[in-house]
Design a protein around this ligand. Sequence first.
Ligand code: GCV
Length: 678
Amino acid sequence: MRNFRVYILIFLLMPFIIFAEDGSKLWLRFPNVKNGISSEKIISKGKNPTLEIAKKELMSYWQGQTIELRTDKSLKNLKDGYVIKSNSGKIIISAAKESGLLYGVYHILRLQQTKSDFSHLNITEKPSYDIRILNHWDNLDGTIERGYAGHSLWKWEDLPNKISPRYEEYARVNASIGINSVVLNNVNASPNMLRTDYLQKVKVLADVFRAYGIKVYLSVNFSSPKVIGGLENSDPLHKNVQQWWKEKASEIYNLIPDFGGFLVKANSEGQPGPQDYGRTHADGANMMADILKPHGGIVMWRAFVYSPSKEDRAKQAHLEFVPLDGKFRDNVIIQIKNGPVDFQPREAFNPLFGALKKTSEMVEFQITQEYLGFSNHLVYLAPLFKETLDSDTYSDGKGSTIAKITDGTLRPAQLTAISAVANIGEDTNWTGHHFAQANWYAFGRLAWNHELSAENIADEWIKMTFTDKAAFVNPVKKIMLSSRETAVDYMMPLGLHHIFASGHHYGPEPWGDYKGGRPDWSPVYYHQANAQGIGFDRTKTGSDAVSQYFSPLNTIYGDIETCPENLILWFHHVPWNYKMKDGKTLWEELAFKYDSGVQNVREYQKVWDQMEAYVDPERFTQVQSKLKIQAKDAVWWKDACLLYFQTFSKMPIPYDIERPVHELEDLKKIKLDLKHHN
Ligand code: GCV
């Protein structure tokens, strides 16, 4: 009898057991598909591990017509792109490479998942960038710098013998959005990464990823020859140092013949680099480039450099790299953060884009939400990515967008690449917040085709990840599309930046003044609030960062009347009573922005609660809880910033906005125990 009751209970719970959703499948969900097509309905020639994966995906999930997978060398100009055509009752996917066929398969599966019409297909796809790369900031001890989704996926202690099934799942998910490269370790790189025992572990990962079209790269520590090679120093111009790198490269390529190359953070935030020996970034990068060249490897050299000096931090990369233009080897690409400070909720674009005329440039985005509420806040980043890519630098006249500079359209670049710092960890749902999965997805989709709109990408992602019911898709899409602006509003509207709590960067600390420490890590350095006004004067009479922009942007940004208001405090120190375009004073505008950020998050909560019927209970409640945190944090931000800035403006908080619920002095006492350095 007891057993019988247990059976009944299991039977009743069956639908929930089967349909329990923990987010682990990401956007590769096929909830109603039991089987795909049979092997007879797949026509293909030859055997190849990538092709086998493509077929397996079709046999597991594809429910449409017969598919022919055809390699066609004449499609070489599409690189790893593909052509999909409907042809007398079947679909033909052709590509020059097997990876192209696999991407084509994921394309049609996406059409099926989003219930698109695939009766008359005639699609040609060519990726915007050759290298579409995720940068992991994973450390060898399993922690992740700025990681908010648990520990690292890479189990270094278990490797090379034990292979976690998640390595392959990870590769598959990346392939499904066209990501073809990964840097496994933190740019603050441990020299140990290049030890032979670690390289053998890296080889195992590279072997798993290869069939999914993914190449492995490593971040390297510039001092490796000294630290693990026992040399006297790591001077890039010393023969024995060069010899050390040469042997290291041979060792790597023996293990991993298709190894991608190195990513280097040098002379930045305490990392070693060529300048330690009086050499330039070009000397350092070229030494490595020469060594990798015979193997087909490349160097991604980061432009994120700044030192504690009197110079405006936003200017330093440009000052450092422009004089080196033309001096880099053709297998070096300069990796440039989207903004000149550091992945802020909104920055002006980095003026280095377009300024290097004879050097390949690539964008570095940050998917992990270091400055956007970690994995607690729902912030859809495609609008931020698009804002950067679509920014017109005017470097070669009107229309010189960052997209066109970096994808080789404007200048025949030797290398084209785009990167982003991953938000992936060992959490079951990979990214901590279910909606943070959308940012991984969006980066991959834009790396493949930077002309896609943030809206289209959101639309696809929602349908694949949740449901295609319009009553869910439309309101949720609205949330996603406005969420980045909402976060800017409750954190740092109107061009404010870097007023985070020190170290961990979670929550506000506009009063932060690290006297005796580095001024460029202090919020007061960035907002410059005083009795007259607020904002960083980067005009000609200030730090003159505006002059790093091409005409007419230098004048547009440099004039308070023409500077876009969403960047006004980035470029100007603005009087509190300055009249904004809508007639409000700057102070009122600031207050309204903070309030509107808060109100929007409350609205997201209301909308989400109405979505309960369309989402599985697990993901519904998890997102609901995260929105509660976001709503509380938004109020915290608003109160902290307005109450603190009010001590300078001495103006009342406009009476028609929500009143503060905190005391400034209480907020100042908050010290979260989240460890980090700056
Ligand atoms: C990997 C910021 C982050 C650091 C990061 C650095 C970088 O300063 O706070 O954690 O270090 O950027 O991009 O190198």
